[in-house]
Design a protein around this ligand. Structure first.
Ligand code: 9WO
Length: 254
């Protein structure tokens, strides 16, 4: 998978490129990262990347031309093999489609994407109209730039690449995965056995692996019912709950 990013703050991406699971996957060559700074595609002495908004109002708007030149360079370096026109060009924006695990899976199973990170008040709409294929949101909040949401999407996809996780940070029991059928994960405990007077559920120290699996499933069901009834309903609709799951939920009077 190849990730290209168009950003005025390329240094920010050393976080996903160098650290943690995504950093290791990068060093293993499981994905590559190329960051393109629109400022490098300006031609004036001030290296101008923004200007005042038509119609007035506060703040500045990112110029279309340096963004488009940076994007073109990114696509040119990808080459046309596989068809660069089929590469998603993703703008991180609160007006976009809400990012979810399915989108992370789609990104991880494809050739990658180009992320466009806006700054200031926003991006000239004509760049969006001409070149952006997908607008993606992480939720209903406003940040000072698209970089952090882009890194969140990159992280969500890279950790799914085969070989990205070793068994120390396994993906087998995450929230939203196959094993938990789209339910929230059960709680975790590690040493010490007694922490500020709080113990560990006895079942987890019993060594009865089958009973532990049942307990974790029930914890997942109860937590999801309490905190995210929407996810429970979705799991139900999609036939991901067993008769035993339904019996347990009935015992909670849900
Ligand atoms: C901001 C915006 C607000 C309401 C409706 C549409 C919008 N588009 C943008 C936009 O493209 N903003 C740029 C990126 C420039 C200002 C900072 N930006 C940004 C992206 N702030 N917050 C986000 C964001 C992206 C994804 N998920 C949550 C927030």
């Amino acid at each position: 998978m190849r990730i290209d990013v168009v950003s005025l703050f390329p240094e920010m991406f050393s976080v996903v490129g160098d650290l943690g699971v995504t950093g290791r996957a990068h060093r293993l060559g499981l994905w590559s990262l190329h960051v393109w700074n629109p400022r490098d595609y300006t031609h004036d002495i001030h290296r101008t990347v923004d200007d005042r908004p038509y119609g007035g109002g506060p703040g500045m708007v990112m110029l279309a031309e340096p963004l488009e030149a940076a994007l073109d360079d990114a696509l040119a370096h990808r080459g046309t093999r596989g068809g660069s026109s089929s590469i998603p060009v993703i703008l991180m924006s609160p007006a976009g489609r809400r990012f979810d695990q399915t989108m992370a899976e789609e990104l991880a199973s494809g050739p990658g994407a180009v992320f466009i990170c806006g700054r200031y008040e926003g991006v000239d709409q004509r760049f969006i109209d001409r070149r952006v294929t997908h607008e993606v949101s992480l939720g209903d909040f406003v940040l000072s730039g698209g970089e952090l949401p882009a890194m969140a999407c990159i992280d969500a996809a890279v950790r799914l690449l085969p070989g990205a996780l070793n068994d120390r940070d396994s993906a087998k029991q995450d929230s939203f995965n196959e094993a938990t059928s789209g339910l929230l994960d059960s709680p975790h405990y590690t040493r010490p056995e007694l922490y500020h007077g709080l113990g560990v559920p006895e079942i987890l120290r019993s060594g009865h692996h089958a009973n532990i699996a049942v307990w974790r499933r029930e914890q997942s069901l109860a937590l999801t019912a309490a905190r995210r009834p929407d996810l429970l309903e979705k799991a139900r609709r999609e036939g991901r709950l067993s008769k035993k799951d339904e019996a347990f939920l009935r015992s909670l009077e849900l």
